[in-house]
Ligand binder design. Structure first.
Ligand code: SAM
Length: 294
């Protein structure tokens, strides 16, 4: 039966990728560089902190961070808020991201951190797609490969690399269902003909893993918040977000301008924004993961 064959999910995943207007790797990294400031603000906000807590609680439920110190790869670490949390708990963390500006944010934070914690983190500017794990000596090196909302989990091949790099646990999270933010949905619908981009959904890696014989534990976390921004900042951010999915030409820029001008009040754009993340934790030997009985 097809649904039980990894190839089926690989093909479905590939079809979803193909239906998305994909940018080159360099363009994507540049986009992440341009988002570093805003992303850092978002993860430091109260909803960002809630998301971190929810993720760590999910790992704690299975005792993943208990017996240490462990060696962790934080893949697509962004500004490094998870890497720092792992290091504070005594673990050694390889914090990897291809966007230099994200790693700069992490380094800034490490400058203000306790030395003992800072020394546990190895920041790395690297692109998972290009990295040869054999050559780097990363084969089964890590107790946990942690990839939170990371585009490196682009397809089955790159997820397989995550599995190969781990000797015990892997954690990945992706979007689950649609994100909501009216401006983005409206502009994606207008320029792409649909509101959301499904190849980043957890449905593909989750089912691929299950069909490969892994026993993925699944957890969902939804968040939403009222997002109030000065209108020029909002225009920039909307442009950065749309840039992930389509080419932001003059027509798109004009539409962003029109949208924000029409919806702004006293120089601010206020929008409800939110999403659900699907988190998956699994054991690389295909074993069931037991609850932490503590
Ligand atoms: C949505 S952010 C997630 C950051 C952090 N893990 C979190 O959950 O808050 C995605 C991060 O993945 C990084 N990334 C994008 N492509 C990547 C790749 N090919 N290899 C490794 N990281 C990548 C981006 O630069 C960005 O910092």
């Amino acid at each position: 039966m097809k649904l039980f064959e990894p190839k089926f999910w690989e093909n479905e995943w590939e079809k979803a990728i193909q239906s998305t207007n994909n940018k080159t790797s360099e363009e994507k990294i540049e986009m992440w560089n341009s988002r570093a400031d805003n992303f850092d603000k978002n993860v430091s906000s109260s909803s960002g902190q809630e998301r971190l807590k929810e993720t760590i609680n999910f790992l704690d439920k299975y005792g993943v961070l208990d017996q240490g110190p462990k060696t962790i790869l934080d893949l697509g670490c962004g500004p490094g808020h998870y890497a720092i949390e792992f290091a504070r708990r005594g673990h050694k963390v390889y914090a990897m991201d291809p966007a230099e500006k994200m790693i700069d944010k992490l380094n800034e934070k490490l400058g203000n951190e306790n030395k003992e914690v800072a020394n546990k983190i190895i920041p790395l500017v690297d692109d998972w797609f290009k990295l040869d794990i054999e050559e780097k000596g990363y084969n089964q090196k890590f107790d946990l490969v942690f990839a939170s909302m990371c585009p490196a989990i682009h397809d089955a091949k790159n997820l397989q690399k995550v599995i190969d790099a781990s000797k015990k646990y892997c954690f990945i999270s992706r979007f689950a269902g649609e994100k909501f933010r009216k401006s983005i949905s409206y502009l994606l619908e207008k320029h792409l003909g649909r509101q959301d981009v499904s190849h980043m959904d957890i449905i593909y890696p989750l089912n691929w893993l299950y069909s490969k014989g892994y026993k993925p534990e699944l957890h969902f976390d939804s968040w939403s918040r009222l997002h109030k921004q000065p209108k020029e900042e909002a225009k920039n951010e909307i442009q950065q977000m749309l840039g992930m999915f389509l080419t932001v030409d003059d027509e798109v820029k004009n539409d962003i301008e029109d949208y924000v001008e029409k919806h702004q009040e006293e120089g601010y754009l206020t929008e409800e924004k939110g999403a659900t993340a699907g988190m998956v934790l699994f054991d690389t030997e295909g074993k069931c993961i037991k609850y932490n009985k503590k």
